[in-house]
Design a protein around this ligand. Sequence first.
Ligand SMILES: [Cu+2]
Length: 474
Amino acid sequence: MARGFGGIALVCSFPADKRSRPTARTSAGARAKASAPFDPFQAELTTMPVAQPVKATKTLEQYQITMRPGTADILAGQPTPILGYDGRFPGPTIHATRGREVQVTQSNQAGRNLVVHLHGGVTEHASDGHPMDIVGAGTQRVYRYANVQRGATLWYHDHSHGEVAQTLYAGLAGFYIVNDPYEDALELPRGEYDVPLMIQDRSFNADGSFRYQLDLDMGFHGDTILVNGAIAPRMKVERRLYRLRLLNASNARVYGLVLGDRRETLQIAADGGLLPRPVKRTLIPLNPAERIDVVVDFRQFGAGTEVILHNPSGEATTQAVMRFDVVKGGAEEAQVPKLLSELETLPPVNAARKFVLSFQSAGTAMWQINGQGYDMNRIDCRPRLGTTELWTFVNNSPHPHPMHLHLAHFLIRSVDGRPPGPADASWKDVVAVQPGSTVVVRPYFDYYTGVFPFHCHTAEHGDNNMMGQMEVEE
Ligand SMILES: [Cu+2]
């Protein structure tokens, strides 16, 4: 039987040519011949620990997290060494509330310099996790998050310059969810029916450790899909509505997620929080660092149905993402309203800028923006606080680049001259720029002045200098 997920009676079916046995060249393929630890749907989905504040008042919650080595139980009886927040992989989930400050004391017991970036956070410079703003080995740092922004699915991860491909891969990633009283009033699925799903690819050595191979060009692509740290797991779901917060925390892999035999899901949120209206989706594209929240109505399936979330564009061993095992459910109380949020009125466009994305192969091979690699002493642009701008990304390279701005969320204005589809017509902080493509976005520089980076979120590209800096000024 194929070590993909052929041969199982499913809601969905897959083309026969995708069912081939993985080659022995891959770690998963080699190991799968002896045993089946890499077969999908063997493990239960892990519920990640929720971080508990060490102190909480009405206006402030304080957390204490230690970045340290640990082990993860991914392969039975063979612990995988990881580097994690509190030694966990994935790290603990922080639940923040809009308008209530969070302070996280990050203690670095990892034996190497690290930086914590809250991805998607509207964060002051001092707590942004600028890639050169190191928390030295053996020291600690208090990160302050004011949570001024709308409810949204954020995540925190390491951002030490030049090393993200290794530190993120080693396990330094966790969810940070901003809850919003406005959103709570909408009666969307919540509690155990609101499920964060961190999707990553990995490869393994024979001893159970993660295997990493640098690929400067494509970025790392593993042969095994993990969700919340478990290999293509299964999850019991009741016949009711679920909110799935999908995060691509992979170094470089792009997913195109499909539920069962192309069942409809309702996308309700993107990187920056709720969409204006829900959008029906049968294919959910997920680029590195992007978040998409969907509501799935499992009432369309009978109890006993197994529904696979899969990635048809993957290789044989990277198609199965996870499986939902439908069981009977109680009365449904959640619903998805037709109107979810309103986009605020924006200040006018104050400047237009162009960023050409390319690869330099002469001399030191590196990825560049406007013909330059990252230089911490260079400021590439100076947006004014309280304004919007038009940023044009032109991709002159053969690979996609998921471009990310710290601090400023943006609206996508056009992709190759065409307006974005409804799922992309709200606040984003990552946009994939395809080879040969031109994407125009409109960032809003709000709340904070200071120096913030913008970069490609393919970890190997950002590490290898595909990064610039803006200084937001009064
Ligand atoms: Cu890139």
